[in-house]
Design a protein around this ligand. Structure first.
Ligand code: ZN
Length: 150
């Protein structure tokens, strides 16, 4: 497959699984999925399943921060609104999504998750950095921006 032109990015729609090609200059204009019409980069946190998790990590053209969490985990629930705030701050340049490790234990094991919540920042199909433990919205934003700045 040809690599995407540098003036566009590929974005997975976490709702229907469709890959969308979005011109970079349209990224801030509220791009929507060509298949189901859901917003693609509006700062909302999408819930991943096993298929969309792997697809997004492999193919997404934007940095992707995944929150590995579980419903029984108190710190995870505490961090959820902070993660949502951070998603709004970082949109549309970075997408934030979450994966329920209770529903997908094999996946979380493959990602090497030892404790939750755990954050992993991916870009171009590989892991850039990970952070363990709950943190406030600003801490999440700092983790992402400092990592991307290199
Ligand atoms: Zn869609």
């Amino acid at each position: 497959m040809a690599t995407a032109a540098p003036d566009a990015v590929k974005l997975l729609c976490a709702t229907c699984g469709q890959m969308n090609r979005i011109p970079l200059d349209r990224l801030s204009a509220g791009p929507r999925c060509g298949s189901c019409g859901e917003p693609l980069a509006d700062g909302r946190v999408a819930e991943l399943d096993a298929a969309s998790h792997d697809k997004a990590i492999r193919a997404d053209g934007l940095p992707l921060l995944v929150d590995y969490w579980a419903p029984w985990c108190g710190p995870c629930r505490m961090m959820a609104p902070e993660f949502a705030k951070a998603a709004k701050v970082l949109a549309p340049q970075v997408r934030l999504m979450k994966l329920n490790t209770e529903d997908h234990p094999a996946l979380s094991q493959r990602a090497g998750i030892r404790g939750i919540p755990a954050l992993i920042l991916y870009r171009n199909g590989r892991e850039l950095a990970r952070a363990a433990g709950a943190r406030p919205a600003q801490g999440i934003v700092d983790f992402v921006t400092q990592t991307l700045r290199g």
